[in-house]
Design a binder for this molecule. Sequence first.
Ligand SMILES: *Cc1c(COP(=O)(O)O)cnc(C)c1O
Length: 369
Amino acid sequence: MPRPIEALVHADALAHNLGTARRHAPDAKVWAVVKANAYGHGIERAYPGLQAADGFALLDLAEAERVRALGWRGPILLLEGCFEARDLELCSRLNLWHVVHHEAQIDWLATHKTTWPHHVYLKMNSGMNRLGFTPSAFRNAWQRLSGLTQVDEITLMTHLSDADADPASKRGIAHQIETFEAATHDLAGERSLSNSAATLRYAPDRAGVRGDWVRPGIMLYGSSPDFPQHSIAQWDLQPTMTLRSRLIGTQQLQAGDSVGYGSSFTADQPMRIGIVACGYADGYPRHAGTGTPVLVNGVRTRTVGRVSMDMLAVDLTPVREAALGSEVTLWGRGPHGAQLPIDEVAQAAGTIGYELMCAVAPRVPIHAA
Ligand SMILES: *Cc1c(COP(=O)(O)O)cnc(C)c1O
């Protein structure tokens, strides 16, 4: 028997979450962001749940080839655009839309030979200071692109740095939206501004934030972009990935006994613990300390002691019937309808759902559920 750990990808939940994105931006088209191998889910496994999207947005040309190989004939967008001039050949061959965020990408286009003109996304740096043209350089870039025979449509885009911020904080989206609108109000073309956080929080009330295309990523994968302000239940999202394993041992502790490396947990009364076949070499976060939530037979309990490479320990006090082989849900869907949102595990480990789902290790088999 293989080691009992596995990950499951839930197509029905992906489809549900895509529907939630649509409901928040009913008049916009939806890019399903599938970069980073569909946030660790696997593009091929996520695809059946996301087929109702209007397009797929990603970074790697190899990922774009995989989406075309699945039979997708609709739009595909390269979110970082081309990395070198040669990449344009693949864009022409696979009909990829691509972001243009610096001058060299326009130079490459200007010398590119193509039989049909490209659809590009012209990106403004409206304040995040990662990629994009400054507001003052944006118009000139738009004019250069408009003059190229290699370019057909130009969509105007920007990316928001603080769409998930607590409303009580000073940060937010207003300054970026104003910057973007001021610099683009008289330019032709569709607009795209919103990631998951902006789609959920601002798109329903503000047409200027919805634009023509929204770009949800994390919400499709059952993690709340502004947890703990909102949980996935509050946003009507469902877990799309389950990481589960089994108990491969149990121990009876007496008061004063400790658990695992560094003896970081000591029992203050007699208790039973279970040993789970899951450790940091499987992608479970080592920084998740004692008290991280976990389900055993669908019953919520906590981890105890340090996570080691291949194992971790759980408190069996609330799960009397737990025994060797009992099912352990590290995150996602448990038995009997129980759920453990990935966001709660991430919070206990001082990180975010994005990092955990992208970090599931190659040694963990992933199955479509
Ligand atoms: C990753 C990414 C998104 C999706 O962001 P989420 O926070 O996962 O919704 C949207 N737009 C761009 C440009 C991205 O790189």
